[in-house]
Design a protein around this ligand. Structure first.
Ligand code: SF4
Length: 265
């Protein structure tokens, strides 16, 4: 089922960021059609209209590009996280086509761009995503289609994300993988970790990892979609469970000579 698409106006396009490695963030959409059931964003934005239907409503900020252009002329260049509370290449982007204009504006004004997406649509813009001023991160939580279908129902399937990562890597663009959230009992098995670290090795990507963090809206949502499986997740939310998988990731990273680090310290 297609989500409801809407249009809003924004007052500002770029915000200062406290996230590691990022000076600014941009989010041209409110909401995200990928509708991952572990998405933390509804707990962050706390907007009433997204409480019970995350993934079914997306607003595009229609004046985003012009607003960004005005703002970047007035601020000091830095690293821009594109995006942090939505996916820049979700299906609505196919229609809105913000990304190419945004990329051109940021690069022309000497801002570095750090992309993070779960969509192979990013390949559409591969001709302008190049050089030292960009890096491309693909979130890869598992290479298992079933896992992706269950937890990330409308994102590109894992093999398409892998292909996008490989294509950017072949083009010598700096690439990275976000392995997160780690959901113990579902995507922390030896095979998943090995597949993801090997992929990082093969593509020359560095690897960031993070655990699932249960927040109120997120928990309700997971419980609604997963039923009994959510209880299993709850039982595995102990620090010890996460430590075991971190250990596996770090150990394999050393073995494969892949740079591995936690997304948040
Ligand atoms: S792609 Fe990211 S922002 Fe979109 S639903 Fe999934 S976790 Fe949330």
């Amino acid at each position: 089922m297609s989500p409801n698409y809407g249009i809003v106006k924004c007052r500002s396009a770029i915000s200062k960021s406290n996230l590691p490695g990022l000076d600014y963030t941009i989010n041209p959409y409110i909401g995200c059609e990928h509708g991952c059931i572990y998405c933390y964003v509804p707990d962050v934005i706390r907007k009433k209209e997204f409480l019970n239907n995350w993934g079914e409503l997306v607003y595009a900020k229609e004046n985003f590009v012009e607003t960004l252009l005005k703002e970047v002329r007035r601020i000091k260049p830095g690293v821009v996280g594109y995006s942090t509370i939505t996916d820049p290449y979700q299906p609505y982007e196919e229609r809105m086509c913000f990304a190419r204009k945004i990329i051109e504006i940021l690069l022309q004004h000497n801002f570095r761009i750090s992309f993070q997406t779960k969509s192979s649509l990013i390949l559409r813009d591969i001709d302008i995503i190049e050089g030292d001023m960009v890096d491309v991160g693909l979130t890869i939580t598992s290479l298992d289609r079933e896992f992706a279908r269950k937890f990330e129902p409308h994102s590109s399937p894992p093999e398409e994300r892998v292909q996008a990562l490989e294509t950017f890597s072949e083009k010598k663009v700096k690439t990275w993988i976000f392995y997160g959230p780690i959901i113990c009992g579902f995507n922390d098995d030896d095979e998943t970790v090995k597949n993801i670290v090997s992929l990082a090795k093969r593509t020359g990507s560095y690897l960031m990892y993070d655990k699932l963090r249960l927040k109120p809206i997120l928990s309700k949502r997971m419980e609604k979609y997963l039923g009994e499986d959510f209880e299993k997740i709850r039982r595995h939310m102990m620090e010890d469970d996460f430590r075991k998988v971190y250990y596996k990731v770090i150990k394999l990273g050393r073995e494969y000579n892949v740079k591995v680090e936690p997304a948040f310290t």
